[in-house]
Design a protein around this ligand. Structure first.
Ligand code: NAD
Length: 497
């Protein structure tokens, strides 16, 4: 009988009778492996009620106790992360070591959140007025929703929930319906770590569940990560309903290679960042901007490396796994077709890949397109697959102009040995994350992750101190302890003296 992935609400595996379902595939075999429940609005309401009921006790749980639970979660995760990585590989398709890598990056946020008692320290001004003290504190919001994409089923939720929980909030996670099982494994781990029921809930579903989370009056904040059109929609609907929202969207990340760069280093970086996780990363490099007369040499060095990559079942010793669904694979391949028809040179063609794995898997090999121009859909659209497009330009100014006029502004990288040029790029590139000789500049957990322009709606980035800020709200307390000398009436506006 087919296994059903159900919700985790209030510490329990919930009944999914009468709900709609979606099929979950193993992308390396093309087979349906299980099915996932798609929550109705009523099921979302049950989860929000559980989170609301758990909130008063959790927000009043001491920082010391909250930290102990987080620390226990971190220890369990570290010890058992291979179990989670296997689940990710089987539902997402990325290679096992890459799955382990995403868990490790998520774990770093858990480690950051273990320092919550330091991060939540308020500030106090003694004698702001005579014998009057003012204290600023930050308090949790209540139940918060996290809505995550398919491409990082563990790391992206972990950008948010460790800090949300550490700060005293309760959480409803709505993961992608394409690879939902990681979320349930995480919920079970929280229970084992001693988190009280109702503090971390998982609701599976699609637009119906998302809309109810956006409309439910008891959901106080929404952290969303996904494609730009949905991010814009989520941000607007959450904001209209008076919720705090941060919605991270799509990307088109450029890597600029200046003529003085080390071309071997740049070629290694382009291959790693272009084809890692089959290009299904929001920080993947999808456009390589070759400046000046290095283009022929650089393209050849990238081709020579990319041709050696093994595409296959991520449980085996391969470099790149399948794409997440057949439909997505076909969509990415259609961009290669269009690029070729539009005049791009197909230097390496992933459509003809021979996989190390089941022929029915959703395969597409590494693809390198040269002579791409900025009008081609392969350049303008987010493709989210193993397709690296090379655009040739004559100058740094042209490269910068491309980045700054692009609708997306997640990340951008420059490869050069010229410190002055790198310094200029850091200053001038209109993106949220810049890499200097680093192709995938995902910041560490104690800094914050986020893009500009259509790559992020809202003003707060993920994790780091901005994450703590997002999951708490400010309160200023003005205090005067009267002594007998202060007796008397005075109806004037309070003045500081
Ligand atoms: P997606 O937008 O299809 O789905 C994201 C989430 O939204 C899922 O939970 C999904 O169930 C839900 N959803 C889908 N359609 C919806 C609708 N009509 N109304 C309400 N909710 C809906 O994204 P995806 O394909 O799962 O993930 C890939 C996308 O995510 C890419 O665009 C990628 O760039 C982006 N992404 C961005 C970042 C970032 O940090 N900026 C990180 C990871 C992924």
């Amino acid at each position: 009988m087919q296994i059903t992935v159900g919700h985790r609400i209030d510490g329990k595996e919930n009944s999914v009778e009468g709900e709609r379902f979606a099929e979950i595939y193993n992308p390396a075999t093309g087979e349906v492996s299980r099915r996932v429940a798609l929550a109705s609005a009523a099921t979302v309401d049950v989860a929000v009620e559980a989170a609301a009921a758990a909130f008063p006790a959790w927000r009043d749980t001491s920082l010391a106790r909250r930290t102990q639970v987080l620390f226990a979660f971190r220890q369990l995760l570290d010890a058992r992360k291979t179990e989670l990585a296997a689940i990710i590989t089987d539902e997402h398709g990325k290679v096992f070591t890459d799955a382990l890598g995403e868990i490790t990056r998520g774990q770093e946020v858990v480690e950051f959140a273990c320092g919550i008692s330091h991060l939540l320290k308020g500030s106090m001004s003694e004698n702001a007025s005579t014998k009057v003290d003012v204290t600023s504190i930050r308090q949790p919001l209540g139940p918060v929703a996290i809505i995550s994409p398919f491409n990082f089923p563990a790391m992206v939720p972990m950008w948010f929930f460790p800090i949300a929980i550490a700060a005293g909030n309760t959480v409803i996670l709505k993961p992608s319906e394409k690879d939902p099982s990681a979320a349930n494994w995480i919920a079970d781990l929280w229970a084992e770590a001693g988190l009280p029921p109702g503090v971390f809930n998982v609701v599976h579903g699609d637009k119906v569940a998302v809309d109810r989370l956006l409309d439910h009056p008891d959901v106080k904040a929404v952290s969303f990560v996904g494609s730009t059109p949905i991010a814009r929609y989520v941000y607007q609907r959450a904001a209209i309903n008076g919720k705090r929202a941060q919605a991270l969207g799509g990307a088109k990340n450029h890597m600029v290679v200046l003529p003085d760069a080390d071309l071997d280093l740049a070629a290694d970086a382009a291959v790693n960042a272009g084809y890692g996780s089959a290009g299904e990363r929001c920080m993947a490099i999808s456009v390589l901007v070759a400046v000046g007369d290095i283009a022929d040499e650089l393209v050849e060095r990238i081709r020579a490396r990319a041709v050696t990559l093994r595409t296959g079942n991520g449980r085996e010793d391969v470099d790149m796994g399948p794409l997440v669904t057949e439909q997505h694979r076909d969509r990415v391949a259609s961009y290669i077709d269009a690029g070729e028809e539009g005049g791009a040179t197909v230097v390496l063609d992933g459509r003809t890949v021979t996989p190390y794995g089941d022929p029915e898997g959703f395969w597409l090999g590494p693809t390198l397109l040269d002579n791409v121009t900025t009008e081609m859909p392969v350049y303008t659209d987010e493709i989210f697959g193993p397709v690296l497009s090379v655009v040739r330009v004559d100058s740094y100014a042209e490269a910068l102009e491309m980045i700054n006029t692009n609708q997306y502004g997640n990340g951008a990288a420059i490869f050069t040995n010229d410190g002055g040029a790198a310094r200029r790029f850091q200053n001038e590139a209109e993106v949220g994350m810049v890499g200097i000789n680093v192709p995938v500049p995902v910041p560490v957990s104690y800094h914050s992750f986020g893009g500009w322009k259509n790559s992020l709606f809202g003003d707060t980035h993920a994790h780091g101190t901005e994450g703590v800020h997002f999951f708490t709200r400010a309160k200023a307390v003005t205090t005067r302890w009267l002594d007998p000398s202060h007796r008397g009436l005075d109806l004037g506006f309070p003045q500081n003296n």
